[in-house]
Design a protein around this ligand. Sequence first.
Ligand SMILES: [Mg+2]
Length: 264
Amino acid sequence: MHSLLEKKGFILDVDGVVGKGKKPIKPAVEAVKKLMDLGKKVVFVSNNSTRSRRIYTERFRGYGLDVDENQMILTTYATAEYIREKHGGSRIFTTGEEGLIEELKLAGHDIVDYTEADILVVGSNRGINFDIMTKALRMCLDKSKLYYATNPDRIFPSEDGPIPGTGMIVGALYWMTGRMPDCICGKPETVIMNKALETLGLEASDVVVVGDQIDVDVEAGKRIGAKTLLVLSGVTTEENLEEMIERSGLKPDYVLEHLGKLFE
Ligand SMILES: [Mg+2]
């Protein structure tokens, strides 16, 4: 048994840890079941900015994992909740897709056109176009408007190779206006991680943060002061591990081939 199994809570990244897109990582899925059987508190934290908790819960059912929607801390949800906590129900224009819009509405926000909006929420959109970018640009140029981004990912590792992340939009807006978001909610920032801790009802010292990317997951774990476990089942591999550690200047507390190794 691994010493990390003494922790009360587990904050797990999804892509590259529990599954790859719609495909489960089988030994990891078994490990998640064992963790929950042991009575560990488990939440899943993802920077995916196009999906709602409902959509992700369905994906987990496809993995063969019966989890509660409340265990899903997606950046869509964390962003919507954080804006509600800070500003109440708000009038929002978003670049994002249905999944983000769903969570913003569930948190009590109104989705409006840019001329009516007080807050710009940038999230990834596979149907992004000139019209949406024009509206986002105009909000960005107006300093009286708040600008939130769901996550800072430049590139998203999809099943068939890298695709543009939310950084495509954040980067374009920065290049046009010199403005960066007033707040970024996803990993490695603390907004989403604090939401995960709050949901677990635990202190950072009682949890371990698990992920496949050092500059995203390990950094996020370190920022809240939790122990970190890097798994080599996603972006970071046996081959590029040393290079990744060197590049980020961060060392995970533990490294395992995959989550299932916790029980070997
Ligand atoms: Mg990942």
